[in-house]
Design a protein around this ligand. Structure first.
Ligand code: NAD
Length: 281
């Protein structure tokens, strides 16, 4: 079945073909070439087929976001398909899914590899988006340490004393620090490698969004999550489609003056924490 003969398409590359990532790509992928990357061949097969049957032009590639070479090969594949206009990184693990070292390796260093690799291939006018988390706002890192982290090459991040002595001690801390680091990674790229290519990059920090990843968190700490949600202004969880709506804006042409920044979409959880309405346990 061939309905689509355009072979000059802009490329949308997604690393982490999970709930939020696929919702975002559905919003922006029509008429473009979509490259889905994930560690899970089953997820790639299922999501790829679902997209194809819905009229999208999709290729898939198995990628391990933990491995620099694998992420670089993914960026090269994207560039070989056409001008890379959009890159979205949602590959991540949550605190109740993994040990601290895996969270540091995936959510922090893996994201760094991806931002670095796509900083070599983005097309002029292109845009990138990293999915961080509201957790990035829960553990303030001292300014001097943030400056040190932002100036440390991705492959050396694990050697930083703060990462060894604080982040590697506990999965929750590892997650909060890794997700804050995503903001810094986007800022650094926006000011350096991505800037040189005249491409933009931002982060979104979602609150509790109902996805398989969130179910693992609820199963481990349901009461804590419920109390946090009850204390927030929205008093409910969010959906991947709500994140995709904002992502489409940040990636799109109306956001051309927005780069190196974070958009917190949490239904007011962080506002309630900052103003004493909810205390983290
Ligand atoms: N769901 C939430 O409540 C929530 C809230 C805040 C932030 N986040 C963050 O959003 C992002 C997306 O989460 P989601 O809820 O859509 O989860 P999800 O589990 O649906 O998607 C994550 C995807 O990443 C893939 N992945 C895992 N390890 C990988 C690896 N080594 N290489 C390549 N791919 C890998 C998984 O196979 C999965 O398809 C994550 O970074 C998560 O930390 C989620």
């Amino acid at each position: 079945m061939i309905f689509d003969r355009n072979n000059q398409k802009q490329v949308v590359a997604l690393l982490g073909a999970g709930s939020m990532g696929t919702a975002i790509v559905r919003r922006i992928g029509a008429g473009r070439k979509i490259l889905l990357g994930d560690i899970s061949p089953k997820a790639l097969e299922r999501v790829g087929e679902d997209f194809r049957r819905s009229g999208y032009d999709v290729e898939t590639m198995q990628v391990n976001a933990l491995l620099k070479e694998s992420v670089e090969a993914f960026a090269e594949k994207a560039a070989a398909l056409g001008p890379v206009m959009y890159f979205i990184d949602t590959a991540g693990a949550s605190p109740n899914q993994a040990r601290p070292e895996h969270i540091v390796d995936l959510d922090m260093i893996g994201t760094g590899y991806a931002v670095d690799a796509f900083g070599e291939v983005m097309a002029e006018g292109g845009a990138g988006l990293i999915i961080s988390s509201q957790a990035a706002y829960m553990y303030p890192i001292p300014n001097d340490i943030e400056l040190q982290l932002v100036n440390t090459p991705t492959s050396q991040l694990k050697d930083v004393k703060f990462i060894q002595e604080v982040a590697m001690q506990d999965s929750g801390l590892a997650y909060m620090i890794a997700k804050r680091m995503n903001h810094l990674q986007a800022q650094r790229a926006a000011a350096t490698s991505w800037r040189k290519r005249r491409a933009r990059i931002n982060t979104i920090s979602p609150g509790v969004i109902v996805t398989p990843l969130a179910y693992d968190e609820f199963n481990a700490n349901g009461d804590g999550y419920q109390a946090m949600i009850d204390a927030s202004a929205a008093a409910r969880t969010g959906t991947s489609d709500e994140i995709a709506e904002a992502a489409a804006f940040l990636l799109g042409e109306h956001a051309r003056f927005i780069t190196g920044t974070d958009l917190l979409i949490d239904g007011g959880v962080i506002a309630s924490i900052r103003t004493g309405g909810f205390r983290l346990g």
